[in-house]
Design a protein around this ligand. Structure first.
Ligand code: ZN
Length: 235
């Protein structure tokens, strides 16, 4: 193989390794997706807690109201059964008041029952979400740690290969290297390809027998007439 081409092939091999490492780095999960989900869930839990506090307050107010009415009922009942009230009209008026107050208590109770259920459901929802958040936070932390160690090792290799590439690039013919880079950026594929079954290993165009026999001349650098890639015969 032509020596100038051999250097380009070495550059290409290092470029392959660099590309592999970069794609490996890009697919690593650093846990940031889970972390932002945790962040969202935390703000969701704050909203749920605020709504649970509202419910608790509504329940407390209702209970306080009931307590105060019940103590009024107690006072009225004490008064009615004390024997001090002898007037039947007055007694039946007190009894009517007691009945009305008991109906009010009943209404408050009816209003509170679904609130107790709602509060219980809300608390269990908060609890479930809290457990999920904790598990997700642990997972995010593990991913972050593993990302840090993996990316550190990949970046170390990457800088070694990049250094190696620079060394090869310095040894390459500047004009050929420029052409190599143009082809790679244009075709996003290999710029130095072997002859395969009498065809260009890049674009698969068949080569004439004259072109094939001229490829054997190592003193020159050969290119495919169709795609411009550098061609060589595999040793
Ligand atoms: Zn070609």
């Amino acid at each position: 193989m032509n020596d100038s081409l051999r250097i380009l092939l070495a550059v290409q091999e290092v470029d392959h390794l660099i590309a592999e490492l970069k794609s490996e780095l890009a697919t690593l999960d650093d846990g940031s997706k889970i972390r932002s989900a945790v962040f969202l869930a935390q703000s969701e839990i704050e909203k749920m807690k605020a709504s649970a506090h509202e419910l608790e307050k509504e329940i407390r107010d209702g209970e306080w109201e009931m307590q105060s009415i019940n103590s009024k009922i107690k006072t009225l009942e004490d008064k009615a059964f004390s024997g001090k009230i002898t007037n039947a009209k007055e007694l039946s008026a007190i009894e009517a008041d007691i009945e009305a107050l008991k109906r009010t208590v009943g209404k408050i109770e009816d209003r509170l029952i679904p609130l107790y259920d709602q509060l219980e459901a809300k608390k269990s929802e908060i609890n479930d979400l809290q457990v999920k958040i904790e598990a997700a936070s642990v997972k995010a932390e593990k991913l972050k740690q593993s990302y840090e160690s993996k990316s550190k090792s990949i970046n170390e290799k990457l800088s070694q290969f990049e250094q190696k590439r620079q060394e090869f690039a310095k040894r390459a013919d500047p004009q050929l290297l420029r052409k190599y880079e143009q082809i790679r950026s244009k075709l996003a594929r290999d710029a130095v390809v072997p002859l395969k079954e009498d065809k260009c290993g890049g674009c698969r165009m068949s080569l004439s027998s004259i072109a094939i026999s001229s490829l054997k001349d190592d003193s020159k650098v050969h290119s495919c007439d169709n795609c411009g890639r550098f061609l060589y015969i595999e040793e």
